[in-house]
Design a protein around this ligand. Structure first.
Ligand code: G6P
Length: 469
């Protein structure tokens, strides 16, 4: 079995005792895959160190997994991470042309950092390593490695949505981005819809041609494109939720509710998550349902994110003001409709909070998959499950047929769905829960890892040798 090399912008380096304290399901699954193959995890340390150029790596071994991370300097972070990745690619992939800020300086920084990463990574590679690159920060990495003579199989997984050709082509350097992707052996996307969009960008824009099956040819290279919907660590999350009521935060929350129904939303503070629209919908629901006034509490947990990017700082202010206005208008001396929490809450506490919630609101305006949707369902009590209200624009909506699917731009309809979720009889709730759980168990994050790596590693089988000739 070849060694696995995972490359991602952020690397969850374990603490010296060997545990990745805050690791989510994805990190845990990748770590498991790395352990079973033996592996290397490479990327940014998350630290900004003065003006020093990226020229050295911190390398640490934990069992048979090596972590190699590099600090970035201020300019790199500004141009590569906060700039091109998060002010151009992120809004573009989330269909937010109004927020896309393209700057040639940032673009140059993005390619510069990818080149530096390739320069640092190349000497660590062995000829039969399987390389798996994650997310939009690192699209040009394979092309840079290829320039340095790296011939290994290299796969890319895009965790966020892939936009249609007309959206992508607004980016002045979209051809370079497509060319960068063509240097991989496998481009993995979240859903069939993303694959369709990607094929549209490739073929309609004249960057490549479809060869049949999942194969494409572009810039003289043949590669595969496929949908690999990401899952969660279902069994672990179910277990965490079963123990969740013992969690002090979940316990305190339950006590503080005084038998009121809890509606919950958990998202990074990001404009793609539709938090403002959700608050409007909840407020509309309260206005429409006099019996809910004083009896339903909406808890929105929103850790701050990417605050150095101006659009995120603006949003922070907007959501805080909106929450204050709704609470002021609808609240009472003994009841606050929205509890808005701007901090990170542990996964164990979240599991407990999901379990005590009557409804979970996952209403992004656009999302690659959305794992909160899956974790919310996995956390429910099978005998008395809560209901998921899910945006049709989340990748998860394509799998989670037991959710109440909403259009988050439609305030009235989302408000109605919240009402329906809260008053749904237990039999209907169980039916919905039971229709989703088997799929969540079968398509968990380990299955996702396996299915992706099988395709990436088997692409050299005889059938594809012919194509590659
Ligand atoms: C999304 C992206 C990830 C990213 C995460 C947190 O889920 O797909 O690649 O790591 O957001 O964002 P941050 O900018 O804090 O890494």
């Amino acid at each position: 079995m070849p060694r696995l090399v995972v490359v991602s912008n952020r690397v969850p380096v374990p603490s010296p005792k060997g545990s990745t304290a805050t690791a989510g399901g994805l990190a845990v699954a990748l770590e498991a895959a790395l352990k079973s193959h033996g592996g290397l995890w490479f990327g940014w340390s998350g630290k900004t160190s003065g003006d020093r150029e990226i020229e050295w790596l911190e390398i640490r071994d934990f069992g048979n997994v090596t972590y190699a991370v590099a600090d970035l300097n201020r300019r790199d972070v500004d141009e590569y991470y906060a700039g091109f990745a998060n002010r151009a690619l992120w809004p573009l992939c989330h269909y937010r042309l109004d927020l896309t800020d393209f700057s040639r300086k940032d673009m140059a920084g993005y390619f510069r950092v990818n080149r530096s990463f390739a320069r640092l990574l190349a000497p660590l590679l062995r000829p039969d390593d399987l390389i798996w690159v994650h997310d939009y920060h690192l699209i040009p990495l394979a092309a840079e490695l290829r320039h340095m003579g790296v011939k290994n199989r290299i796969g890319y997984f895009h965790h966020i949505p892939w936009p249609p050709a007309d959206v992508l082509s607004t980016l002045p350097v979209h051809d370079t981005i497509m060319r960068g992707l063509a240097a991989y052996d496998l481009v993995g996307l979240q859903t069939d819809y993303d694959v369709e969009n990607f094929a549209g960008c490739m073929v309609r824009e004249g960057f490549g041609r479809a060869l049949g099956g999942n194969w494409y040819e572009s810039y003289g290279h043949r590669f595969q494109v496929g949908a690999f919907p990401i899952g969660i660590d279902t069994d672990i999350f179910v277990q965490m939720a079963e123990e969740g009521l013992k969690n002090p935060i979940a316990k305190r929350t339950k006590e503080s509710l005084n038998d009121r129904d809890l509606v919950i939303g958990v998202d990074r503070l990001d404009y793609s998550k539709g938090i403002g629209q959700r608050i409007e919908a909840f407020s509309r629901f309260i206005e429409m349902s006099p019996s809910a006034k004083g009896h339903v509490t909406f808890l929105q947990i929103t850790p701050k994110s990417r605050s150095e990017v101006p659009e995120y700082a603006d949003m922070q202010k907007e959501i805080a003001e909106l929450t204050g206005r709704v609470n002021g208008q609808l609240g009472d001396v003994d009841w606050v409709p929205i509890r808005y929490v701007n901090k990170t809450v542990s996964r164990a506490a979240l599991a407990g909070l999901y379990r005590i919630a009557r409804a979970g609101l996952v209403t992004p305006l656009r999302d690659g998959m959305n794992l909160v949707a899956k974790e919310f369902v996995a956390a429910q009590d099978p005998n008395d499950p809560g209901v998921l209200v899910l945006s049709r624009f989340a990748g998860a909506a394509r799998e989670m047929d037991g959710a109440l699917i909403v259009n988050p731009y439609d305030t009235e309809a989302t408000a109605n769905a919240i009402g329906r979720a809260i008053s749904m009889p237990v039999e209907a709730r169980r039916e919905r829960y039971n229709s989703m759980m088997p799929k969540l168990r079968e398509h968990d994050v380990a299955a996702w890892c396996r299915s992706y790596l099988d395709v990436l590693s088997q692409a050299t089988e005889p059938q594809s040798e012919g194509l590659r000739a």
